[in-house]
Ligand binder design. Structure first.
Ligand code: G3H
Ligand code: 13P
Ligand code: ZN
Length: 325
């Protein structure tokens, strides 16, 4: 099978997006999708708020929805954006690629950007693996994100109980030896909907901006990525609990900290869990209020609308990407 070129699908890589985000002091949203309603919501929200966009596909998403179908959905999403009169740059990105082969396969099937996540390996192995991906990707003008440091929580099938903060002393060598285009760092965010468990009166501990600043000093102007950046929106958690769900004592990354990060060298902010919460909250509400409803469009529709609302809010008020496309 011959390789599919991402530019033929109307997609772009992240190079220009990150250059503009760095200059403009905002972050590009990277929203994960697994199904039609999610990708529709992402496209509507980013087109209406005129925000550049990174569509993310995890290994879990590939298994759930089929890699080929996801790629065609991304292609359809670009066309939908144009039909809406939009003109925003859209990248299709592999989230947490765990092997060189997986990254290559995504590059060959139309992805414009890949993440090689070898952060669980030794520093030396991480360099070796990331470098192999860069060689293959750059020959095809695909951009590469790698990671230094380990976030707590679940990253696809790999999970870590504890955070291993990025060591700023390692970033220059890593970036120089691998040639990656962006670097995900660990400064206290974590994956999933259970980031912080607070006792009464406690507030979320601040992210380690000291590490971020040290990284910025060592690799000035280099695009940084923040994973695990959902705020675990309280109104959605409350709604889920109100309508029969059970999500206990949880908190995410406060919006003001994300705003601060977006003004720095952080050029890409990953959000998945907040979208899951928004959809679940709305679906539960419909089920509770209209128990006779059985048409999926009647509950997935409101869930999609809520997602649009949430993403537009984030683009405008948290990432600062609205109006930048
Ligand atoms: O980093 C994790 C993302 O939220 C993707 O999650 O592997 O459940 O699709 P997933
Ligand atoms: P959240 O779980 O905080 O949404 O993080 C998503 C993410 O980092 C995807 O790579
Ligand atoms: Zn992640």
């Amino acid at each position: 099978m011959s390789a599919v070129k991402y530019s033929d699908l109307g997609l772009v890589n992240t190079r220009e997006m990150f250059k503009k985000a760095m200059e403009g002091k905002y972050a590009v949203p990277a929203y994960n999708f697994n199904n039609m309603e999610q990708i529709q919501a992402i496209i509507i929200a980013c087109t209406e708020s005129k925000s550049p966009l990174i569509l993310q596909v995890s290994s879990g998403a590939r298994k759930y929805a089929n890699q080929t179908l996801l790629r065609f959905m991304a292609m359809g999403a670009v066309q939908m954006m144009k039909d809406m009169g939009g003109n925003i740059p859209v990248a299709l990105h592999l989230d947490h690629g765990d092997s060189v082969d997986l990254c290559k396969s995504c590059i060959d099937t139309g992805f414009s950007s890949v993440m090689i996540d070898a952060s669980h390996h030794s520093f030396k192995e991480n360099i070796e693996i990331s470098k192999q991906v860069v060689e293959y990707a750059h020959a095809r003008d695909v951009t590469v994100e790698a990671e230094l440091g380990v976030l707590a929580g679940i990253e696809d099938e790999v999970s870590s109980e504890v955070t291993h903060y990025t060591k700023p002393a390692e970033v220059e060598e890593f970036v120089a030896k691998t040639g990656v285009d962006s670097l995900a760092i660990s400064i206290g965010t974590s994956h999933g909907a259970y980031k912080f468990k607070l006792k009464p009166g406690e507030s979320v501990p601040p992210l380690r901006f000291d590490i971020l600043e040290e990284v910025e000093k060592r690799i000035p102007g280099f695009p940084i990525v923040l994973h695990g950046a959902s705020s675990v929106v309280k109104e959605y958690v409350d709604m889920i609990n109100k309508y029969g769900g059970k999500m206990e004592n949880t908190a995410g990354v406060p919006e003001d900290q994300l705003r601060k990060a977006a003004r720095s060298a952080v050029c890409k902010i990953n959000i998945d869990s907040d979208g899951r919460l928004a959809m679940t909250a709305m679906i539960r509400k419909v089920f509770a209020e209209k128990p006779g409803e059985f048409d999926p469009r009647k509950y997935l529709g409101p869930a999609r609308e809520e997602l649009v609302k949430m993403m537009k809010y984030k683009n405008e008020n948290v990432l600062g990407s609205a109006g930048r496309a």
